[in-house]
Design a protein around this ligand. Sequence first.
Ligand code: DHB
Ligand code: FE
Length: 289
Amino acid sequence: MTQEGYLSEAPAAATSGGLASERFAERMSAAHGDGVVDTERVDLLAGKAIKALNDIIIEERVSYDEYNALKAWLIKVGEDGEWPLFLDVWLEHSVEEVATDHREGNKGSIEGPYYVEDSPEVPWNGTIPMRDDEPGTPLKFSGQVRSTDGTPLQDARVELWHADSDGFYSQFAPGIPEWNLRSTWVVDGDGNFEINTIRPAPYQIPTDGACGQLIAAAGWHAWRPAHLHFKVHAPGHELLTAQLYFPGDEHNDDDIASAVKPELMLDPQPAASGKGENVQYDFVLDPEA
Ligand code: DHB
Ligand code: FE
């Protein structure tokens, strides 16, 4: 991919990783202290995780060289602030599956490491904050928020955040205005919204930190397909966290974060005006149990 927007180079992994770690710690302490899990579950889950790793060591006859490489790498993940990145790329998709498999409405997808709460509110048909000369194809995204029984949800809020046309997120890469390509829509009386934004670029997870080192050492690639992130809230309904994708992206079938599902694929069409694209997608929320 050519990178021809505002930034000539990607932020250092330790910059985006450090910011993602800080943001996560802030949200945890605001929500419920230290993320306490009861003793029985820790005994069960930590016990199983340790056993699984020991089984691999025995089965694969792991050497001291390999063990020390792992130790050095784990230390570096922490130094680079990349635990949020590592966990959200390689484990969150399974947690998301467990959390949403009962749903009749949209099941959604992972949150990832780059969500920020309290983005600026805009009206139901507003434009996301962007720079005057924001590069990228204009995208008008319209839809409706409904309950599983078809009732429009007029008190819904639709949060959207996404990367710019260089694949960078505001607040995690230098030189981008604070709320660039992040905002919260207040839907109209029929639960409708019409979001004006631009198409994001595919995103490569930072390659110069510990996660990038693992990817290179294993001969993998670092790409996530282009995606829009959403959180859809409505009173009395389960929060929907989703990502939506664009057909034809070369990494839709091998997303490094395993977060693509067929029902999350958009179908954008050229706008009648000849400028940009329009796309329609509805969000269906499950009532809280
Ligand atoms: C990562 C980045 C994303 O934009 C995302 O949606 C999921 C994971 C990451 O860098 O780990
Ligand atoms: Fe993302």
